[in-house]
Design a protein. Structure first.
Length: 216
């Protein structure tokens, strides 16, 4: 559901723009698209951490799995992820809505995102860029820390399994999730955590397309 919603915030407008001569979006529409894009992206961030914890329990504490990962626990993890993501994602649309833009913009980008709008603002955006670099790292490192810790414990437990079949089965439990984690955090890092002087619209467009369309 999160991945479908994530793709739905950008792909319909991208397809409309590709098939239409009028490739426009209102400022309010742009901020709305940005909010839902950030909200669903953040929810994926937190849900990946929840899934890593789920796999940790499955591999390291299999006899307690049903007790630990109860329906109530899963529901709380999902609701917590959605609530935190929804509130957190209000930050940048609210800040950008207070900026000034001198003229109608032609942004060489497929959808509305934070950095392209900051680059074309007439206001001083240095504080927002610093906030994006610092707060964004904290927002990313929390779930990523949970994932790294979970997989460190998982690999430690797998190495103690005597049979090859048991190790293969344990690895197969985590393989697909680990692949998505690497792709997700790799594209986020290259897209958002780079010096503003190194920002490239062409590179940003390709990376954001991979992040917003391919990975989900």
């Amino acid at each position: 559901l999160a991945d479908i919603s994530f793709v739905s915030t950008t792909v319909p407008k991208i397809l409309t723009n590709l098939m239409s001569q009028s490739q426009t979006i209102t400022f309010r529409g742009c901020l709305t698209q940005m909010y839902f894009f950030l909200a669903f992206g953040n929810s994926d961030n937190f849900l990946l951490a929840c899934m890593a914890y789920d796999r940790y329990v499955a591999v390291c504490r299999p006899l307690h799995y049903i007790t630990v990962m109860s329906h109530k626990c899963c529901l709380l993890l999902v609701l917590g992820s959605w609530i935190i993501s929804s509130l957190h994602s209000l930050l940048y649309p609210l800040l950008i809505s207070r900026l000034s833009f001198c003229v109608s913009l032609q942004i060489p980008y497929l959808f509305c995102d934070v950095y392209p709008l900051l680059e074309f603002s007439c206001s001083d955006t240095r504080l927002i860029k610093i906030l994006a670099q610092t707060e964004g790292v904290v927002d990313l490192l929390g779930p990523l820390g949970i994932i790294i810790t979970s997989y460190a414990l998982i690999f430690s437990a797998i190495l103690k399994i005597p049979s090859r079949a048991g190790k293969r089965k344990a690895f197969s439990t985590c393989g697909s999730h680990l692949t998505v984690v690497i792709m997700f955090y790799g594209t986020i890092s290259s897209l958002y955590f780079q010096p503003s002087s190194a920002y490239s619209a062409q590179k940003g467009t390709f990376t954001s397309l991979l992040y917003a369309v391919v990975i989900p």
